[in-house]
Design a protein around this ligand. Structure first.
Ligand code: NAD
Length: 481
């Protein structure tokens, strides 16, 4: 790719191309072409970023909210101006179709706008005192401090934007470490903040080995908050590290979203939504619908129509062909991960109706896969696939379907389709997840909280909650002197 940017870290307002710890190749997953070399930060460079964030916090948290708003608003304008360039890099680095990359860039700008506005709105509150002797009781939301933001590759601009928007609006300085698969996308986003006038040291960008970088940054006394999006296993590890320093931690982790399709569903809406949204981003979405629980009376028809739709999904190099519906998996390790998920099916343990294997040739492509009636104890029904694999099982009783939906330790998103008001109410209440959508499959918007429960994490990003996640609560009371 000719216009892939030279990768540089941003440390204390300086762009740094030399990594003290060597380099790592960034690969286009559709072509296996080496896009560029990512510098890896040394311990000294991480310490420099920490020192910059420490000083940056003093500068930024002292700015009036309106100044923070102005910088963030200029940045979101720049994101919109540069949308084509950013989207092209997303597609090159992780393979999603350009239309999805452009949609993601638009969301990133909107998310930053919402959080910027929140900086102006977020007040504290006055609490009536119990005694005339007390003049005031004030509750303040103060910025938590320098924050470490660890983001994955599946939404390489929107997830950093969610974290950066909330943190910067609240007055925190940050060190962003994006996924090693998608550094240039994060770099283009950070460039918009620099060009919008964020003071030096407030935003730092580092690359490197994720384990080494995160452990170093979390251990530092400078760091006061850690926000991580990624797998449950890594989230538990990072949470334990953060707890040792009593640091705020917001984990947004894996999911295995159930979709209950009632016999009262609008069938056409349900099947069209499910078969499309499941394969968006090649299924590499934490809220991807994955376990389809379908009323037995409509099960055969649902499986047949779902599978026919899936067979029409065009898989290919989205950077070279605008008509592609689904790109590759993000990196080579995802192929054996898909094979593992499908590895214990067969016989009476579930039938692969379409797909089921990697596509031969260059790139990390996997066939869109539909499995009918996977066994209840199969990997597919229990482990997060994080890829283009759908399992469909019949149910006889709605309460049993809810029990199956709620049976895993994950609790990120859950979905249902029904035209019955009573069922909508029941399902909205009974499905145990951080986000529930009925009759559609969209749970992310700039204005609403996004987050899970159980093994999917805790805390929220987006919405007012996204802002408050970067604040501590402080109580100030004044008595008559
Ligand atoms: P992976 O665990 O190797 O990497 C996933 C992400 O976590 C990457 O961005 C990586 O940089 C980061 N990471 C890994 N170890 C880390 C550490 N010790 N400290 C800090 N960051 C670390 O997995 P993968 O094969 O790339 O992705 C698949 C798995 O990751 C899936 O099972 C899925 O649950 C999870 N994932 C979740 C999300 C999400 O949106 N919640 C996004 C991407 C990946």
């Amino acid at each position: 790719m000719s216009n892939y940017p030279q990768l540089k870290m941003l440390i204390n307002g300086e762009w740094v191309a030399e990594g003290g710890d060597g380099t790592m190749e960034v690969i286009n997953p559709a072509t296996e072409e080496v896009l560029g070399l990512m510098p890896k930060a040394s311990s000294e460079q991480l310490d420099a970023a920490l020192a910059a964030a420490d000083e940056g916090f003093r500068v930024w948290s002292a700015k009036p909210a309106i100044e923070r708003f102005n910088v963030l608003r200029r940045a979101s304008d720049l994101i919109r101006e540069r949308k084509d360039a950013i989207a092209r890099i997303i597609t090159a680095e992780m393979g999603k179709p350009m239309a999805q990359s452009l949609g993601e860039v638009a969301s990133a700008a909107d998310v930053i706008d919402f959080q910027a506005e929140e900086a102006k709105r977020a007040g504290g509150r006055m609490v009536p005192p119990r005694s005339a002797h007390i003049l005031s009781q004030q509750v303040h939301h103060i910025p938590v401090g320098p924050s470490v933001l660890l983001t994955p590759w599946n939404f390489p601009v929107n997830l950093p934007a969610r974290k950066l928007g909330g943190a910067l609006a609240a007055g925190c300085s940050v060190i962003l470490k994006p996924a090693e698969d998608t550094p240039a996308t994060a770099q283009l986003l950070v460039e918009t903040l620099v060009d919008a006038g964020v003071p030096k040291g407030v935003v730092n960008l580092v690359y490197g080995d994720p384990g080494k970088v995160s452990e170093h940054l979390i251990a530092s006394p400078v760091t006061r908050k850690v926000s991580f999006t990624g797998s449950t296993a890594v989230g538990k590890h990072l949470g334990a590290l953060a707890a040792q320093g009593m640091k705020r931690f917001t984990p947004e982790l894996g999911g295995h979203a159930p979709v209950i399709v009632s016999e009262n569903a609008d069938f056409a809406t349900a099947v069209a939504n499910c078969a499309t949204v499941k394969f968006r981003n090649a299924g590499q979405v934490c809220v991807s619908p994955t376990r389809f629980l379908v009323a037995r009376s409509i099960y055969d028809k649902f499986v047949a129509e779902f599978t026919e739709r899936v067979k029409t999904i065009k898989v290919g190099d989205a950077g070279a062909d605008d008509t592609v519906d689904m790109g590759p998996l993000a990196h080579a390790r995802r192929i054996p991960a898909m094979d593992h998920i499908l590895g214990d099916l067969g016989g009476n343990r579930g039938e692969i109706l379409t797909g089921g294997k990697a596509i031969e040739g260059r790139g990390f492509f996997y066939e869109p896969t539909v499995v009918a009636a996977p066994a209840a104890d199969s990997r597919l029904m229990n482990e997060e696939p994080f890829g283009p694999i759908a399992g469909i099982v019949p149910f006889d009783d709605l309460e049993d379907a809810v029990a199956t939906a709620n049976s895993l330790r994950y609790g990120l998103a859950a979905y249902a389709f029904t035209t019955s008001q009573d069922e909508s109410y029941y399902l909205g209440k009974a499905l145990h997840a951080g986000m529930v959508a009925i009759n559609h499959l969209i749970v992310a918007s700039p204005e609403t909280p996004f987050g899970g429960i159980g093994d999917s994490g805790f805390g929220s990003e987006g919405g007012v909650e996204g802002y408050l996640g970067y604040t501590d609560t402080k109580f100030v009371t004044v008595a008559k002197s």
